[in-house]
Design a protein around this ligand. Sequence first.
Ligand SMILES: [Zn+2]
Ligand SMILES: [Zn+2]
Ligand SMILES: [Zn+2]
Ligand SMILES: [Zn+2]
Ligand SMILES: [Zn+2]
Ligand SMILES: [Zn+2]
Ligand SMILES: [Zn+2]
Ligand SMILES: [Zn+2]
Length: 347
Amino acid sequence: CHGAKPPPNPEFTLKPKKKKIIQQNEGVPATPCPPCPELVWRSCVGQHIGAERMMVCSDKSQFSCENLCGNPLPCGNHYCTKTCHAFENQLRGSEACEDCSLPCQQEREPACPHNCPQRCHPGDCPPCKVLIKRSCHCGAMVHVFDCIYYNTLTAKGQESVRSCGGPCHRKLPNCTHLCPETCHPGQCTNADKCCKKVTVRCKCQTLKKEWVCQDVQAAYHLTGCHPKDIPKTQFGIGLIPCNSDCKSKVQVVESELQLRKSRVTEVQEPDTEKLVRKRKKRRERVLESKETTKLQKIISRAKRLLLYVLIFVILVAATYCGYKGLLWLSDWMNEVDERRQRYSRMK
Ligand SMILES: [Zn+2]
Ligand SMILES: [Zn+2]
Ligand SMILES: [Zn+2]
Ligand SMILES: [Zn+2]
Ligand SMILES: [Zn+2]
Ligand SMILES: [Zn+2]
Ligand SMILES: [Zn+2]
Ligand SMILES: [Zn+2]
């Protein structure tokens, strides 16, 4: 029932099978054949090339070889690592290939640092939906973008989308003002073309004028110093020259100052230390007296009261004594009179 040499390839093994069927059909009317003793090459259940075995044709038993299955998995990226097994739905005792449980390892397109969230899958990865944060150029706010959206923009598109749309408000490098442009990438351009108004004064600060900042900067450059080195409080001072009435004002002011100074020095120079001491003493006294006045008042009142009482007592005592004295004197006089009368009687 066989051709001369059955080839090992399964595609070719089909042909003799057909032949066999035809032959069997033909042989039905006759007596059944004995089991075919012919030796044939049979492939393993995994259909591995080079693993065929020589078998008796009538022996229909299946065998697996020692190779790994190696069938491509549905993920499209990996191959089955089970040992040789029959494919699903192919024969009795068939077995499914293994499941790929690896995470997706494909490079994202467009490239980004985030891994694909799916398990190993065929075809392209889904667009990256990871949220990424990007601060605006002036630093006033932080944007949140989908990775895929931000990643597919051009460099220019990314820059424009990152602008907050508000005023830049970064401090300009050459002056005391803030950038008036809308939030922009890179350095603040036109730093030397600032249009803010600056009050410019003369050295003595009596004259003042309004200048545009860029003119102030230009004036500083002309004098040979950089406007960024000028402190904020000094910005614009001394840029216009003092004129004549400004000078006279200054002289008046200065002379007044000098006069005051000289007066002060005249008074202070002779024995300034003594003066200071006296002042100190005075201050101390004042302080002490303030503290003692209350007590003193109370004491003086008490003293006055005591004095009145004393005078009163003395007066009372004096009148009492005077009265007694008078009584005693009259008594004594009476006695003396009596004695005299007695003497005269005795005589
Ligand atoms: Zn095999
Ligand atoms: Zn896989
Ligand atoms: Zn397999
Ligand atoms: Zn991403
Ligand atoms: Zn993926
Ligand atoms: Zn901004
Ligand atoms: Zn700016
Ligand atoms: Zn400015």
